[in-house]
Design a binder for this molecule. Structure first.
Ligand SMILES: [Zn+2]
Length: 93
C-alpha cells in the first residue's frame, strides 16, 4: 500500500464512520441487527488497517510520510529520495 492509498483508506474510514455511526462509533443506521453487525465488522477491519502506520520506504517512524506527507525516501518531483539508513535495513528480508 502506498502512502497515498493509506491516506485514502483513513479518509474512507472517517467518512463511513461519520455517515453510518453514532458518536460512540457504532453503526446506527435503520435496518436489521444483522445488517448493523455486518457494517460494524467491516468498519472494524477498516479501522484496524487505518490504525497501522503507513508503510515507509525508508522504514523510518519519524518520516513525514507517517503523517500522510511525501516520503523522504521516495523521489517526488524535484526532490531526490534520501538514502535509506543502513540500521533500518537490518531485519528486512
Ligand atoms: Zn517515509
Amino acid at each position: 500500500m502506498t502512502p497515498e492509498q493509506f491516506k485514502a483508506l483513513r479518509t474512507a474510514e472517517d467518512n463511513l464512520t461519520a455517515v453510518l455511526c453514532d458518536p460512540e462509533g457504532k453503526c446506527c443506521i435503520s435496518g436489521s441487527d444483522a445488517d448493523r453487525r455486518i457494517i460494524d465488522d467491516a468498519l472494524d477491519i477498516l479501522r484496524a488497517l487505518a490504525a497501522e502506520p503507513a508503510p515507509c520506504a525508508g522504514n523510518d517512524p519519524l518520516c513525514p510520510c507517517q503523517d500522510g506527507d511525501a516520503c523522504h525516501y521516495r523521489d517526488s518531483g524535484e526532490t531526490k529520495a534520501w538514502p535509506v539508513p543502513e540500521h533500518t535495513q537490518k531485519g528486512k528480508t
